[in-house]
Design a protein around this ligand. Structure first.
Ligand SMILES: Nc1ncnc2c1ncn2[C@@H]1O[C@H](COP(=O)(O)OP(=O)(O)OP(=O)(O)O)[C@@H](O)[C@H]1O
Length: 329
């Protein structure tokens, strides 16, 4: 496999009147060809800064980056035609239809008009292509945004929060679209904080926290590597939960107390839990392994619960141009 995108030791510090903020602190990332790669991190962890730096929209303070095997930002003019990106949400003219919009962007980007119909079909907008964009739902606008980035038939597609703000049906459609694109050989990098989605869509992930990579690999690898051996413990009487937690902490367990059970980690042999509690006259009614998902790994690695709905939407963006430095269209 070859890396379509590589980042090593990326550093970026913002300086403003309000002070100095280190957004990226030696960040590394690699995305292999043909994968759908999830870029995960809590709010403010550096995802957008990474993507903006990669696309030459802001300048790094240090580190190395490459796209399609070429060092960037130096080689951006040569690779730009093969990379589609939506990092800042594009605004579209409300009175134009999706077909008009893509047709205009195709002309501006030297893309043949025949590609417009292909893209409309690909993003599932064919039946609505003649309607004005201002009548579109957020999901349809997101699809048009993705369509604008697909006009060039890029080898690499970079999307910042593509499923953000979509209802479950819209998220499902976006998931199908991502898989269709990957199936056609395109590499897709998407940032998201919707962890369940990433787990369903992505082949591999990079997790960023405070400007540094904290985990990377296939979803299965990341889950396996960070799987805790936590178990859920119920006891016969809920009234005994607090004293049970105390007893288990005494033998070195990490315990979190939930309303009707305990989650216990850091114990090699679950039998020790039963023995310890039985010695206090407390009887275990359930002892079960806790399933590990990407969300619990994310929480463990970043110390942050992902918050939904805190990101800019296509139609909430203050950015006006639909074209960003020649990318995406
Ligand atoms: N133009 C800027 N000036 C000063 N600080 C900035 C600027 N842009 C981002 N930052 C800060 O840099 C850090 C990383 O921000 P960034 O937007 O890259 O994170 P993010 O992971 O994309 O977050 P979110 O998920 O909230 O979009 C944050 O602390 C943010 O406040």
């Amino acid at each position: 496999m070859s890396a379509v995108l590589e980042i090593q030791g990326l550093r970026k510090t913002y300086r403003s009147r309000r002070g100095v903020r280190r957004a990226l602190d030696g960040f590394d990332m690699a995305v292999e060809a043909g994968q759908v790669h999830g870029f995960l991190g809590p709010n403010g962890s550096g995802k957008t800064t990474t993507l903006r730096t990669l696309l030459g929209l802001i300048k790094a303070d240090g580190g190395r980056m490459s796209l399609l095997g070429r060092a960037v930002p130096q080689a951006l003019p040569e690779v730009a035609g093969q990379v589609g990106a939506i990092v800042e949400s594009p605004q579209f003219f409300g009175n134009f239809s999706a077909r008009d919009t893509l047709s205009l962007l195709a002309d501006a980007g030297g893309v043949p008009q025949s590609r417009v119909a292909e893209v409309l079909e690909l993003v599932g907008l064919r039946d609505r292509a003649g309607e004005r964009v201002k009548t579109y739902s957020l999901g349809l606008k997101q699809r048009l945004a993705v369509g604008s980035a697909l006009l060039k038939n890029p080898r690499l597609l970079i999307l910042d929060e593509p499923a953000n703000g979509l209802d479950p049906g819209g998220i499902r459609e976006m998931r199908t679209l991502m898989r269709t694109l990957a199936g056609s050989g395109m590499t897709v990098l998407l940032s998201s904080h919707i962890l369940g989605e990433i787990q369903l869509i992505c082949d591999s992930v990079t997790i960023i926290s405070a400007g540094r990579r904290v985990a990377a690999g296939t979803v299965a690898d990341v889950l396996a590597r960070h799987a805790t051996s936590a178990v859920r413990v119920r006891v016969e009487s809920v009234a005994d939960l607090t004293s049970s937690a105390g007893a288990l902490r005494e033998i070195g367990a990490r315990v979190s107390v939930e309303p009707d059970h305990l989650v216990v980690g850091g114990i090699a042999q679950p039998g020790a839990i039963t023995r310890t509690l039985a010695a206090r006259g407390i009887y275990v009614s359930e002892l079960a392994p806790v399933a590990v998902d990407l969300e619990s790994v994310f929480l463990e690695l970043t110390g942050t619960t992902p918050v939904e709905g805190e990101h800019r939407q296509v139609d909430q963006s203050t950015a006006t141009p639909a074209v960003h430095g020649g990318w995406g269209q």
